[in-house]
Design a protein around this ligand. Structure first.
Ligand SMILES: *[C@@H]1O[C@H](CO)[C@@H](O)[C@H](O)[C@H]1NC(C)=O
Length: 355
């Protein structure tokens, strides 16, 4: 090979590599540091020490929190500990989380809960859908919450080849839901490479016992999913794209994209304010700090509210920002009346009274 050709080839390779590194640092906000934004009336919730990855609040103010996520590549302070679902009542002045009892027969030792969503039927029965990762696999567990006995009764484990890396769900009926897959590869090594390469190969799946199909695709890492108050739209967070996509939800559960909102934070779970319809999210200021956990330089937390996403001028407000000194790796933020709950992937949970 001629010297000139070699130099040209090396130059092209270096340019490609440089472009990849640039794209990677951009997607992960590698160099981003945040200015703190404090909220006045906040306290950490007692007893939550190993994560509050997702939060679901019922119309009467009962909140469910998933804790103890174990997921390939994700840091945990207690990798040997089983996961649990906490319950707390936001009607109380200072809510006390309690770990919910789960009916006999469900394998608690491998419980690693992730995304949550509740469905309430016409008789007010509450079904809680919980994404689970027993042995690092993906299932969706359907429980019925019996309020009188204060227990989650396990009804069903949903497994399906299309539900291979489930992150979050939106319940649509007692047995049907939308789910996001956040990785394309299930292989342990390839999963670690995938976010670095930056493929937009992850998707949203519709599931019912009779019908399972992909309804949206083209996300770097499809993450939180939520439904608008009128149930006509679905919102999907792409954590590495740092976007929220609004979809029209059709009668046959097909989704068609309406618009994409670009954010700065790595947007994780989504919550729709039951009164205003605003979207709240717990986001990650810096994805590299999250991926390479260090107690000396921990990942921070960021709570972002999006108002009027359907209008031409959505208003995006960072409500809370912390460098990890209080709260590390926020993944969820949910409001009920004037109370705010902020959850994290593997750290604590914050409870605030909003002004
Ligand atoms: C985080 O912020 C606090 C003050 O808000 C500061 O004392 C601390 O050094 C900061 N930590 C890091 C890792 O930057």
């Amino acid at each position: 090979m001629g010297t000139l050709l070699k130099i040209t080839l090396i130059g092209v390779l270096l340019a490609l590599l440089g472009e990849r590194i640039f794209q990677f640092s951009h997607r992960f906000n590698v160099f981003r540091e945040i200015e703190p934004i404090d909220l006045p009336n906040c306290q950490l919730l007692d007893g939550i020490e190993y994560g509050a990855e997702d939060i679901e609040i019922l119309p009467d103010g009962l909140a469910f929190i998933s804790s103890g996520l174990k997921y390939p590549g994700m840091f945990s302070f207690a990798p040997g500990r089983s996961g649990e679902i906490f319950l707390l009542d936001l009607n109380e002045e200072i809510p006390r989380p309690s770990s919910l009892r789960i009916s006999r027969g469900f394998d608690l030792s491998s419980f690693a809960p992730h995304g949550l969503s509740a469905y309430i039927d016409e008789d007010d029965a509450v079904y809680l859908f919980v994404v689970n990762h027993p042995q690092y696999k993906s299932t969706v567990e359907i429980f019925k919450y019996e309020e009188e006995e204060n227990v989650l009764v396990h009804l069903k484990t949903v497994k399906h080849p299309s539900l291979y890396n489930v992150n979050d769900v939106v319940a649509l009926g007692p047995e049907s839901f939308y789910a996001t897959n956040d990785y394309y590869f299930t292989d342990f090594i390839l999963r670690h490479v995938e976010p670095l390469v930056g493929l937009r190969w992850t998707n949203v799946v519709y599931y019912s016992p009779e019908d399972v199909r992909e309804v949206a695709s083209g996300f770097y890492n499809a993450n939180g999913i939520a439904m608008s108050l009128d149930e006509k739209f679905i919102y999907v967070a792409d954590i590495l794209g740092k976007t929220i996509t609004v979809f029209d939800k059709h009668d046959d559960y097909a989704l068609s994209p309406v618009k994409v909102l670009q954010l700065e934070t790595l947007v994780d779970n989504l919550w729709v304010d039951p009164v205003t319809g605003d979207i709240w999210t717990g986001g990650h200021p810096n994805g590299l700090k999250l991926a390479k956990y260090s107690a000396a330089d921990p990942p921070g937390s960021e709570v972002v509210r999006i108002q009027n996403i359907h209008s031409d001028d959505p208003v995006v407000t960072t409500v809370y920002a912390n460098n990890g000194s209080v709260l590390q790796g926020s993944s969820s933020a949910a409001v009920w009346e004037n109370k705010l709950l902020v959850g994290t992937i593997f750290h604590k949970a914050l409870y605030c009274h909003l002004e």
